[in-house]
Design a binder for this molecule. Structure first.
Ligand SMILES: Cc1ncc(COP(=O)(O)O)c(C=O)c1O
Length: 454
């Protein structure tokens, strides 16, 4: 390591607090510093080349050197680097992007969009619009939110309140009152059944019972990811979302689809809700919307919700929410270029074509590797769950260094993966080729075998 690189690593430990990390831990275990990217590949600051198995963080769907996105950003910087979109002002890219998104999501029932800077903003917008919708309709007590355990909805106080993992909540409690959680429809770990269809019915039944128990006139919305991402790529049974839609409709509860990960192709359809044949009322979008090139989030608003705002004559429909950088022109330009490629090159179709073989090969790790308990996923999102004992599904102790050892072995062999507890999450760029997916799987197998042998 040369002196400049060493200085960079020391400065990182000294000055930078990282999301989801203890500042002191970052001094003891220095992070990997990624310096360059091209296509599906990245290089660390020491010049070591790796396949990006995580797409930055579920984001770099078009890879790291997509020229049309880069060119759109540069052109926008020359034309208009920034202007706001608060009431009374707009700019061409904001308008073009909202029109493009509504056109793309028209089949889903989307009428309009509002923008923020990322996924947490998109969730915050959806939760607030859900409450405002009910207030406008005179249902002023409908303020509660129901969500799934293992769900991840970002880090703002609203999102943290509906997050289904106490690790994101404990340090910041008390959170928003009236946020309730039901079980995740998680086939590998549930106390009810091994039958997928039945599990979908059981958890949708829980949702209905919780709504009835709380009093339907107090519940604003149910929020969930079409496939739970950060919680461990939990793919729900096919019965689940259609039943959830029915339950929400029966009780006047809005359905919020957090598509921050599943939106724009990751599951093999343009949107995760399309995988389940369901239309939500509000959608949270981010990450893949701009392929990670510039931060951007959006809340898409379904016609049922938009109509109530349109009909409002009281003024109560004024949206007192939004950010300085809502629909930032450079981000909007990046998103417009991204959408054009996603649609023009049918990237979701590519994912649908390469995804099944990828998932099947990864599933071969169960049985082959003594500490792999489960492999699950869809399209180009997958989780390899490492356990203490596959026979009993006993989780790894929290102190286990096994996941970190696997990640290091993969890194050395040229594959960047991400581990969270016993879960190894794989979410490569969506433009990845079959050969590159072969490299990913082969490298991962070798890394797991190496650790198993040690
Ligand atoms: C489903 C989901 N919602 C919301 C978020 C929050 O997004 P951000 O980190 O951009 O705020 C994430 C981030 O991973 C996510 O996976």
């Amino acid at each position: 390591m040369n002196d400049a690189v060493d200085a960079l690593k020391r400065a990182n430990a000294e000055y930078l607090w990282h999301p989801m990390a203890h500042p002191k831990a970052m001094r003891e275990t220095r992070p990997d510093i990624i310096a360059r990217g091209e296509g599906c590949w990245v290089w660390d600051v020491d010049g070591h080349k790796m396949l990006d198995g995580v797409a930055g963080l579920w984001s770099s769907n078009l890879g790291h050197s997509c020229k049309p996105v880069r060119d759109a950003i540069v052109a926008q910087l020359d034309e208009l680097p920034f202007f706001n979109t608060f009431a009374g002002t707009s700019h061409p890219r904001a308008i073009e992007l909202s029109a493009a998104l509504v056109a793309l999501m028209r089949p889903d029932g989307v009428a309009a969009v509002m923008f923020g800077n990322g996924g947490s903003d998109a969730v915050e917008g959806a939760l607030k619009i859900a409450r405002q919708y009910h207030k406008l309709r005179g249902d002023k007590d409908r303020t509660k939110f129901i969500a799934l355990r293992q769900g991840y909805h970002g880090v703002h106080f609203g999102g943290a309140s509906v997050n289904g993992n106490p690790r994101f909540r404990r340090a910041y409690e008390p959170l928003l009152p009236g946020c309730l959680h039901i079980d995740s429809p998680w086939l590998y770990r549930n106390p009810y059944t091994n039958d997928e269809a039945e599990l979908g019915r059981i958890v949708a039944g829980q949702l209905e019972r919780e709504i009835v128990f709380q009093g339907p006139d107090t519940v604003a919305a149910f929020i969930a990811e079409p496939i739970q991402g950060a919680g461990g790529v939990i793919v729900p049974p096919a019965t689940f979302w259609p039943l959830v839609r029915e339950v929400c409709d029966r009780h006047g509860v809005l359905l919020i689809a957090d598509e921050v990960v599943t939106g724009f192709g990751r599951g093999g359809a343009m949107f995760g809700t399309r995988l389940w044949g369901v239309k939500a009322d509000l959608w949270c979008l981010a990450k893949g919307i701009s392929s990670g090139y510039i931060p951007l989030g959006a809340t898409a608003i379904g016609t049922k919700v938009a109509d109530v705002f349109d009909r409002d004559a009281t003024g109560g429909g004024q949206v007192m929410h939004g950010y300085t950088y809502s629909a930032h022109p450079v981000a909007a330009a990046a998103a417009l270029a991204t959408l054009k490629i996603l649609e023009g090159d049918d990237i979701p179709g590519h994912v649908a074509r390469v995804g099944p073989a990828f998932q099947q090969r990864l599933r071969g790790l169960v049985g082959r590797v003594p500490f792999v308990g489960d492999v699950r996923g869809r399209g180009l999102m997958s989780c390899v769950e490492m356990v203490a004992d596959p026979a009993t599904k006993a989780p790894l102790p929290r102190t286990s260094d096994l996941p970190a050892r696997v990640a290091r072995a993969a890194y050395r062999r040229g594959l960047m993966v991400r581990v969270s507890g016993g879960n190894m999450i794989l979410s490569p760029p969506l433009v990845i080729t079959p050969d590159e997916l072969g490299f990913l799987c082969g490298t991962l197998e070798a890394a797991l075998d190496e650790v198993a042998a040690s």
